[in-house]
Design a protein around this ligand. Structure first.
Ligand SMILES: *Cc1c(COP(=O)(O)O)cnc(C)c1O
Length: 358
């Protein structure tokens, strides 16, 4: 017999990132991966380049400078921060340290694909709680809890829907779950949300032993290539995750660029302003031109079509303008398409494409 992978490894459908090429186009507008159209902080780029002097040396395995910068920026206890090679790695560390074969995790319907993948890898089951109008329903999540539930993964705001729930709703969810279940607040898009009733959840993660909040440098900081994520939570959770992580999970260039990016408030503010402006314009243009844009608080917009066929036709139509959007059939949303907010040029082109779609 051949070597056999454990658990349900061979049932896993490998994650596929957004496309980046269109045949016949030299230059494309990649609006398929929620990347920052303003690129990244010039200070972060400079810090990255300077690290080229130190390639012979191992990175700081404890990420002290980055954790200190995060602690200072957000007023946190540095000992309760963990950094990961992207927030994807943080989810993996949670899985490895808290989820065993036969366990269950709960996500909101259309939850970020990484959650389901990690459940499969651990031999656990990922239960999806129904949404309403693409918005997470706290009561549906509560109703899905069983004695096997180990963690609840809440992407808030959600990808690929772009919707969010208020902090009051998150607190209501937390109050209703048994204390042995971890509530994971994935706040990858937090910096884009300008609504007063939203919170990434630092307050909860600071107070309770079963809450952890994750963040990323891939979105508003524009450092997706460097893979930097961080999490803040109860000591017991962070301690377990630290025991299963690679000793040098972040490289030196990522640590240096991360610190610089965090301190470039100007770049973050400019990114938020660019996004807020275009989110409003593009959402209105979609709706005015007969499309159904789902209200978003993120750096992308999900558009719902009357059929999978129309969604595919619009996707092809965008390609003829050099625009790559994201088909989201892997989220069981074949009738929908997700489009990131782009540069001024890309957004203008997108509006033209909307108007010329038949
Ligand atoms: C983009 C994204 C992340 C960030 O992933 P990284 O591994 O940090 O690049 C996390 N969660 C959600 C829901 C996302 O959309």
């Amino acid at each position: 017999m051949r070597p056999q992978p454990i658990n349900n490894i061979m049932d896993i459908v490998p994650y596929k990132g957004g496309e980046s090429k269109i045949a016949g186009f030299d230059k494309v507008h990649k609006l398929s991966s929620n990347e920052n159209p303003l690129e990244c902080s010039p200070l972060a780029r400079q810090a990255f380049i300077e690290e080229a002097q130190n390639l012979h040396a191992y990175p700081d395995g404890a990420h002290v400078k980055l954790r200190e910068a995060i602690a200072t920026r957000y007023g946190l206890d540095v000992n309760r921060i963990i950094c990961g090679n992207g927030s994807d790695e943080l989810f993996q560390l949670l899985g490895r340290s808290f989820i065993a074969p036969g366990d269950e995790i709960i996500q909101s319907e259309y939850g970020f694909l990484a959650y389901g993948l990690l459940a499969q890898q651990q031999g656990a089951k990922c239960i999806s709680a129904k949404t309403k109008d693409y918005v997470t329903q706290v009561d549906a999540i509560i109703a899905a809890i069983t004695p096997k539930t180990k963690a609840i993964f809440l992407d808030n705001p959600s990808n690929p829907t772009g919707t969010y729930i208020s902090f009051d709703e998150v607190k209501r969810l937390h109050a209703a779950i048994p204390s042995n279940i971890i509530l994971v607040l994935d706040a990858a898009y937090a910096e884009y949300v300008n609504n007063n009733d939203y919170s990434a959840g630092l307050e909860l993660a600071g107070e309770f032993e079963n809450v952890i909040m994750t963040r990323t440098f891939s979105k508003i900081h524009g450092l997706a290539a460097l893979r930097i994520g961080w999490a803040y939570g109860a000591r017991n959770i962070i301690d377990a995750m630290n025991r299963v992580r690679d000793p040098f999970n972040l490289n030196s260039a990522a640590i240096a660029a991360g610190v610089a990016a965090l301190n470039d408030y100007e770049f973050v503010a400019a990114s938020n302003a660019h996004n807020s402006k275009w989110l409003e314009i593009l959402s209105a243009e979609f709706n005015d031109n007969g499309f159904k844009a789902i209200p978003s608080v993120t750096n992308f917009i999900m558009v719902e079509f009357d059929s999978e066929n129309t969604a595919n036709r619009f996707d092809e139509h965008l390609k003829s303008y050099g625009i790559i959007a994201r088909k989201i059939g892997s989220y069981k949303l074949s009738q929908n398409i997700r489009i990131s907010i782009g540069t001024d040029e890309a957004n203008q082109l997108l509006i033209k494409a909307m108007k010329e779609f038949k």
